[in-house]
Design a protein around this ligand. Structure first.
Ligand SMILES: Nc1ncnc2c1ncn2[C@@H]1O[C@H](COP(=O)(O)OP(=O)(O)O)[C@@H](O)[C@H]1O
Ligand SMILES: [Mg+2]
Length: 399
């Protein structure tokens, strides 16, 4: 019997559309001799839908019409089955069962651990990292604090909440001064370069902070790494076994990669699909042009960071390199990377289909292992517990 994989995508985040592209492409490459694909789409209002129409990119050309071609559902558990319940009709209540969930979501409210928490509450096995890794992956402050504590090199930074800034902006600006200009200001928990600005001097710092505050109440300000070269590497596996991809070098003309560079630039307008000639790795030079020593440092650091951040599945790490000093810094992990970073694995003879297969196989293996661990106890505590009545009687006796 085929394993039923529920591919969950969409969600209320700025990266909603990117998630659709990644998911539709992944479903196209999944081995259908082994897996039955159940697409599950979360719209921007957080309603969940399923149906075969979700396998086609055309369905998403008008997002307001997706619900007409699909069934409104809820993912829950009944006895030992994980089920998609039809919320539209009482006629055919259970639309499908699911064996493994495959979250392909990007950004806040989904990728940040929220979706993982829901899946954990149900107890359904799912691909990728758990709540802890996922939430560290989303928070640019916490991830840097953990990496720094584990001796992984990250750019110097300071951070604050918006209320701290409005209460004492002088103090915050003083701290920024210690980093030295230029600095880069970021909302701490967003993504896709939204709300990010490079600031060259104190004159424009307030405007950049106030722009970032529009998106998040937690702000991070980092030193700008000069003579910048940006490279990416993906790590596949778990804490027991890690495999690294080829290293890719990002190609861009801007100070930093904008939302447009990442998703709307040439080569990213359409979902790269099996049939299209669009090359989904456009924007990268693979392999990156690096000295052996730097390459080795990036591989070792990526593995160290994967472990430190409690990651699992496939994570793409963005690195910043100062080409003059050859110093290497981790910029950030992407715990559910765009296109699942498959094109970094292709040169290593791991096809997209292999990558998806390995991710699902790893999930099932880890799930079976976790089932062997004791997670709850049979206990008769409640049979003798008399609730507040019992407590009141006890108090009376004592007084
Ligand atoms: N400390 C830094 N020094 C120089 N450039 C940076 C620094 N941090 C980020 N950038 C640039 O800004 C881009 C977006 O920043 P990043 O932290 O990756 O945000 P996002 O989560 O939106 O991708 C990076 O890809 C890089 O080009
Ligand atoms: Mg990034």
């Amino acid at each position: 019997m085929k394993i039923k994989v529920g591919v969950i995508f969409g969600g209320d985040s700025v990266e909603h559309e990117v998630s659709i592209i990644t998911a539709v492409q992944a479903m196209e490459y999944m081995d259908t001799t082994k897996y039955e694909i159940i697409p599950i789409y979360i719209d921007k209002n957080r309603n969940w839908y399923t149906g075969n129409a979700l396998l086609n990119m055309e369905t998403f050309q008008d997002l307001s019409k997706v619900s007409f071609k699909t069934t409104h559902v809820c993912l829950t558990k009944k006895e030992n089955d994980f089920i998609l319940v039809n919320l539209q009709s009482t006629f055919k209540k259970v639309v499908s069962t699911i064996d493994v969930a495959f979250p392909i979501v990007h950004g806040k409210g989904v990728e940040d651990g929220s979706l993982m928490g829901y899946l954990d509450t149900l107890g359904i096995p799912y691909v990728g990292c758990d709540i802890l890794g996922a939430s560290l992956g989303q928070d640019k402050v916490l991830q840097k604090q953990v990496l720094k504590a584990c001796n992984v090199s990250v750019p110097n930074f300071i951070w604050f909440y918006e209320n701290e800034y409005f209460e004492d902006s002088f103090e915050i600006l003083k701290q920024i001064q210690t980093l030295g200009y230029p600095v880069i200001v970021k909302p701490a928990r967003l993504g896709s370069s939204v709300g990010i600005q490079v600031v060259k001097s104190e004159e424009t710092i307030k405007q950049a902070i106030e722009e970032a505050i529009i998106y998040d109440e937690k702000i991070i300000v980092e030193e700008v790494i000069p003579n910048l070269m940006e490279v990416d590497i993906a790590v596949l596996g778990n804490h027991k076994s890690m495999e690294v991809s080829e290293i890719g070098e990002m190609l861009t003309n801007h100070d930093f990669l904008t939302f447009e560079d990442k998703y709307i630039g040439e080569g990213k307008k359409k979902a790269p699909s099996k049939s299209s000639k669009t090359d989904s790795n456009s924007g990268f030079r693979i392999p990156a042009n690096l000295e052996k020593k730097v390459e080795e440092e990036i591989i070792a650091t990526a593995k160290q960071a994967f472990l430190a951040l409690n990651l699992k599945g496939v994570t793409r790490f963005d690195f910043l390199i100062d080409q003059k000093s050859q110093k290497v810094y981790v910029n950030e992990p992407n715990t559910i990377p765009g296109c699942l970073a498959f094109f970094f694995f292709t040169p290593k003879n791991i096809t997209y289909t292999d990558l998806l297969d390995r991710l699902i196989t790893l999930t099932i293996k880890d799930y079976k292992n976790s089932q062997k661990k004791i997670s709850s106890f049979e206990s008769n505590v409640l049979s003798t517990f008399q609730g507040s009545k019992g407590a009141k009687n006890k108090l009376k006796k004592e007084s």
